[in-house]
Design a protein around this ligand. Structure first.
Ligand SMILES: Cc1cc2nc3c(=O)[nH]c(=O)nc-3n(C[C@H](O)[C@H](O)[C@H](O)COP(=O)(O)OP(=O)(O)OC[C@H]3O[C@@H](n4cnc5c(N)ncnc54)[C@H](O)[C@@H]3O)c2cc1C
Length: 455
């Protein structure tokens, strides 16, 4: 029996990144952890960006959310996020929410996703969590033969802990650390498996965007402000490597932001997964393409929203090696016997942003990792030593991510395949739908009215 007089060893867990994965992990630890575990989240932003667009969270992501939020918090989340929007998923954008169920029948056997505004979700996940804002992690190292971790910040300060969760999204100093342990000869770097990178940047006026709009050879879908009210719009996102801008306006946020999709395959040497490293590789890629307009380069340089990059890494890793291993960090980490550093969310397995599964898998990773930590030796519950427990966690996380990305890829493929003729047919069908769906809805509503009157 343990002696109540002797205090248990305190475990300090550092979390880099107060995004969906980092906050959900800390929230889950609040729920299932014990008083001997301290969790601190370091977030580079001084306040949460006001991003108005809704995320839709798949049924499995919703279960994870329900397991960490109180019922009242979950209800508040859903009601504050009510958007009246359709589903954006895997290349399909449904404008009219009345068609959501149609899509859900095929995608999730009729179970509906939940729609949440990103900033509202983060607000709910942050309740009661120790978040230290304005702390940008720039370097990660390990001490005492890997038994302790140290995070250094851009103001030269540092924090030490017993365990580190890298949840910084794609631009991840934790990933940079893990990559530095892997050998470029024996394991592919992450970027070798990352052919497309998408990033958000602010404020380009639509007229600036126009010259870059879809062409036969570029990636070719733009959501414009003239989006018809009733539409099933297919969004082919992959294509010939080229720069394309996707123009979305967020009136409440007060700016138009663009999404740029570029190819990074020309830069296999990239191992710096920090914001600066990402920006450099993007600028070099665009310059090398030769046909990139000055305004685009300027926008990337000045307006890029740090930390907003997304990519197609997992999908391509699958294609590259056919084995389904996700990236170099895993192999490097195993070789070095890493036991105290782990990645979750986009930092571990960036998802196609329009596959509509990234946030859900970040939530699942977070909840599962919290369970693994709490039931391991590190969490004080006996159980497996943290090393083998983490290895099991990573295998199942990556398998899950792979399955989701394969599915996203298949769905995206459906909307992308074909030459100019197929593209033209799809375009014509979409236009036909734009015309016929409102008409069908109008006829239905008249029919209902008539039935109501006669009843
Ligand atoms: C336009 C768009 C639409 C999307 N729509 C959907 C959708 O409908 N459904 C869905 O499931 N997924 C969607 N996704 C994907 C989803 O947003 C991501 O998969 C998810 O946000 C990943 O969560 P994360 O916590 O791993 O990373 P993030 O949400 O990127 O969070 C990372 C956090 O770390 C912080 N950070 C970064 N670097 C540092 C540092 N050095 N030090 C400290 N903090 C740092 C960042 O500021 C940020 O707060 C979409 C993505 C995009 C771009």
């Amino acid at each position: 029996m343990s002696d109540p007089e002797i205090p248990k060893k305190r475990v300090r867990i550092l979390v880099n990144g107060g995004g969906i994965a980092g906050l959900a992990f800390a929230q889950a630890m609040r729920k299932i952890g014990n008083e001997n575990i301290e969790v601190v989240v370091f977030e580079k932003e001084t306040e949460s960006p006001f991003q108005q667009y809704p995320l839709h969270i798949s049924p499995s992501g919703r279960s994870s959310l329900l397991s960490i939020l109180s019922p009242s918090s979950f209800t508040s989340l859903a009601s504050r996020s009510s958007t009246g929007r359709g589903i954006d998923n895997a290349g399909i954008h449904i404008c009219d929410p009345r068609f959501n169920r149609l899509f859900a029948i095929e995608r999730w056997k009729g179970e509906m996703p939940v729609f949440v505004l990103r900033w509202v979700l983060k607000q709910e996940l942050e309740v009661g969590v120790d978040v230290r804002r304005g702390r940008r992690a720039v370097e990660v190292s390990e001490l005492e033969g890997g038994k302790k971790v140290r995070v250094r910040f851009d103001d030269e300060s540092f924090e030490d802990g017993d365990f580190l969760v890298g949840a910084e999204g794609l631009s991840s100093p934790t990933l940079t650390h893990l990559l530095s342990l892997s050998s470029p000869q024996t394991s592919p770097t992450r970027l070798r498996t990352l052919p497309y990178l998408t990033l958000n940047f602010k404020l380009l006026s639509p007229s600036v965007l126009t010259p870059h709009l879809p062409s036969q050879t570029s990636i070719n879908m733009i959501l414009s402000s003239s989006l018809p009210a009733y539409s099933l719009i297919l969004v082919p996102l992959l294509g010939t490597p080229s720069s394309t801008l996707l123009n979305l306006t967020d009136e409440q946020a007060g700016f138009t932001y663009g999404i740029l999709t570029i190819s990074t395959s020309d830069f296999p040497e990239w191992r710096d997964a920090t914001d600066g490293g990402l920006k450099n590789v993007v600028l070099r890629t665009l310059r090398a393409a030769g046909d990139c307009k000055e305004e685009v380069l300027e926008a990337v340089e000045k307006e890029w929203v740090d930390g907003s990059a997304g990519c197609w890494e997992v999908v391509n890793a699958l294609r590259e090696n056919g084995k389904g291993t996700v990236s170099g960090w895993e192999e490097g980490e195993a070789a070095a016997g890493r036991e105290r550093v782990v990645l979750i969310g986009d930092a571990a397995h960036a998802m196609p942003p329009f596959g509509g599964v990234g946030a859900a898998s970040a939530l699942e990773d977070a909840v599962e990792l919290a369970r693994v930590v709490c039931t391991s030796e590190l969490g004080g519950e006996g159980g497996l030593p943290i090393g083998p427990a983490l290895a099991e966690f990573k295998t199942s996380m990556l398998k899950r991510a792979l399955a989701l990305s394969q599915d996203s890829e298949r769905r995206l493929g459906l909307s992308q395949k074909g030459g100019w003729f197929e593209v033209w047919i799809r375009w014509a069908l979409m236009r036909l739908m734009d015309k016929s769906l409102p008409l069908a809805l109008w006829v239905l509503s008249r029919k209902r009215e008539a039935t109501g009157r006669s009843g």
